[in-house]
Design a protein around this ligand. Sequence first.
Ligand code: UDX
Length: 447
Amino acid sequence: MAENRVSTPYTKHLVLFSPPFQGHINPMVQLAHILHSRGFFITIVHTDYNAPHLEPRPGLTIEPIYLGLSNEEAREMDIVELILTLNKKCELPFRALIEDLQSKKGGLRVSYLITDAVMYFTQDLAEELGIKRMAFRTSSSTSTLGFQAIRDKGYLDNRGHPSDEPIPDFSPFRFKDLPFVNTKDPDSLCLFISSFTGKSFRASALIFNTSDCLESPALEKIRPQCRGPVFAVGPLNFPSSSSILPEDDKCISWLNTQPPRSVVYTSFGSLASMESSQVMEIAWGLANSGRPFLWVVRPGLINVLNAACLPSGFTEQVGLRGLVVEWAPQKKVLAHGAVGAFWSHCGWNSTLESICAGVPVACWPQFSDQRVNARLICHVWRVGAEMGREVERGEVEMVVRRLLVEREGEEMREKASELKKVVQRSLGKGGSSYEALDSLILQLMSC
Ligand code: UDX
């Protein structure tokens, strides 16, 4: 175990913990680095299952916990089942680690746990151990309201009937935008929603990786429900590395050879999986668009088939115009001048990263919060185009052209560039996210 002696300049020790999913690890690690840079001693806890590559540094230690969960077991579960299982399996080793840190002779006692909202078991544990806990919600605040609506208003029955009907009291969202997650047992979805919302609202504070300038209506609805303050400190954007898969840097040299704003970057995040028939449509849609593309086909994206199984003749047809990689340095890619559009599943990190880069988005949400995020992108901020649920090569060709070639895409790019400036202002001195981070630090210092 790494040292955490009182002889260090640190006076407060924070333990940060996220579930083993890339989209949760990235913002947690960024928050850890920000707090470390503001003088806190940090312990980042991660599970041995799906472990990220993290570098310790003085005052920032990394602690793995061992779950006894194999990749095969995890693969058999749907995402809700997996999260419920993680909450059970993490409890003992996480408790043992915290007790160990608290009893370590000469060590700095843990003053706060900052744990992902979906690792809800940590709220009861923190109360039992007499340590304060802040919950960190790494997805949009609007999607949190969407989850609440599913449970409180009985919308679970709507999941089989996605409709364009507006949801009462949740404008401008439609029933088809609700954050449903396919699960074998619908009751487990309700249990998940009650646990993660109820326990994070009970925490000493709730941190969101968002900004008031992006989601103020949702944040205003959440604030009165919480016991402590709500800090909207995002988008977190600290240069740090926390990838589970190795990043393939050759895409940057390939991007260097492409004309400005000509490339559609295509990536569906770390969790979505699809049928090989859908992969065919994506492949031929990109090929037929005639535009340069960079496509992330991560291991596990394709059900049954392995990642090498692109349609025959595809590579020959696209030649140097297209590049397929297993994992990209996404933020660097989006910031590259050659990228003109992002075809995305609208995970919240990808959404924030596209905003920070000022890149318009073709929205193809797959499940959960991604649908809410897509509606924010297309309808509220108007920096993207909505795609149909069933991917079809003709539509892919059309949407790529709309974003990269047509006037409509140019207008979205202008709006995206304005939104980027608004967000940058909120992160700068005097901006809402800047102030929220200062208030968060004050609360962490004062305990
Ligand atoms: C899912 C949810 O959809 C998301 O909203 C939730 O907050 C976390 O779980 P995920 O599929 O991982 O997320 O997508 P996203 O939230 O976009 O996160 C993916 C992260 O991986 C991003 O930070 C992105 O930059 C990174 N990434 C993705 C890479 O670094 N390289 C890649 O090739 C693809």
